[in-house]
Design a protein around this ligand. Structure first.
Ligand SMILES: [Zn+2]
Length: 309
């Protein structure tokens, strides 16, 4: 009887849900989970849910593999080197020594990372941006954030705050953003902004989602206007990034990337129009959709223990 293959436990902890998987080094998925994040019950409850998710996943894959590391990603301000989750408005925590807590509770090394940078790492390693040295990964969901890929690496920045493309101001004196600034890209172009701006412009309380707004753009002039504003805002932010960093490729991920060419075609046109004197980078949807985060979390765990994956 040979030794069991090694595996890692990966978790993507968001403001609404926790998604996890157990993966071997060749990428085989042995177990997975998805459960809500109990944000309204407080930070202790969220931490207990994270630990229980890891234990459950480990138990489910225990017969087929030996878990050697944990990778956890979360939103907000994350210091991957010290393993601290410094701040997240969505989860409501501050200064949590998450990596230490997990390695003590579970008994294997734990590594943490920023959710969108980890998703970008997944796309850069095995997905749409593989073998592209200079790229940008943009995740459009409740908010908008990016992963700056340069020299084939995802850059964290001086204070682990690189890639916050959602807060590039694109409308001077524009709508107020949750960050305290005005006219931010995500105030116009995130999935939640599309829904909110549609409800406001149509003066309706109808619980409409961003995909529903997109589905209406051909027959509903309000949906068309809200969508066009989103494309203009996002286009401006991508023009700014392109002028500064000269990427070969821009990868769009997150929930709104599922809109495919409905979003990509007008966005590519906007990007080309804003870059009149130079060619625009290619623009594509990510390969991993909503799974990019946990695939990136698994990569962080493998790299942490020095196993190529
Ligand atoms: Zn902002």
């Amino acid at each position: 009887m040979g030794a069991k293959p090694l595996s890692v436990i990966a978790l993507d902890v968001g403001g609404t849900g926790i998604k996890g998987l157990v993966q071997t080094a060749d990428g085989t998925e042995l177990a997975s989970c998805a459960r809500p994040t109990p944000v309204t019950e407080g930070v202790e409850a969220v931490l207990a849910e994270i630990i229980d998710s890891v234990r459950t996943l480990r138990a489910e894959a225990a017969e087929q593999s030996e878990a050697v590391a944990i990778g956890v990603i979360c939103p907000g301000h994350v210091d991957a080197e010290s393993g601290m989750a410094l701040y997240s408005a969505n989860i409501g925590w501050r200064d949590i020594p998450l990596a230490d807590l997990l390695s003590r509770q579970i008994g294997v090394p734990a590594y943490i990372g920023h959710d969108v940078r980890a998703a970008g790492l997944a796309e850069a390693t095995h997905g749409a941006a593989r073998s592209v040295a200079e790229a940008l990964y943009v995740q459009i969901g409740t908010g908008i954030a990016g992963a700056v890929i340069s020299g084939g690496k995802v850059l964290a920045g001086a204070a682990y705050l690189a890639g916050e493309i959602g807060h590039i101001p694109v409308v001077p004196g524009g709508e107020e953003c949750a960050c305290g600034q005005r006219g931010c890209t995500e105030t116009y172009a995130s999935a939640s902004a599309l829904a909110r701006r549609y409800r406001s412009a149509a003066a309706t309380a109808e619980p409409i989602s961003a995909p529903e707004v997109l589905a209406r753009i051909d027959e509903d002039p309000i949906a068309r206007t809200v969508f066009d504003c989103a494309v203009t805002a996002l286009g401006r932010a991508l023009v700014t990034y392109t002028l500064l960093m000269d990427p070969e490729l821009i990868v769009i991920g997150g929930g709104l990337s599922l809109a495919g060419q409905t979003l990509l075609s007008p966005l590519a046109a906007e990007l080309a129009a804003g870059l009149a004197w130079r060619p625009a980078p290619r623009l594509v949807a990510g390969d991993f959709g909503a799974d990019a985060g946990r695939i990136g979390a698994a990569l962080l765990a493998w790299r942490g223990v020095g196993v190529p994956a």
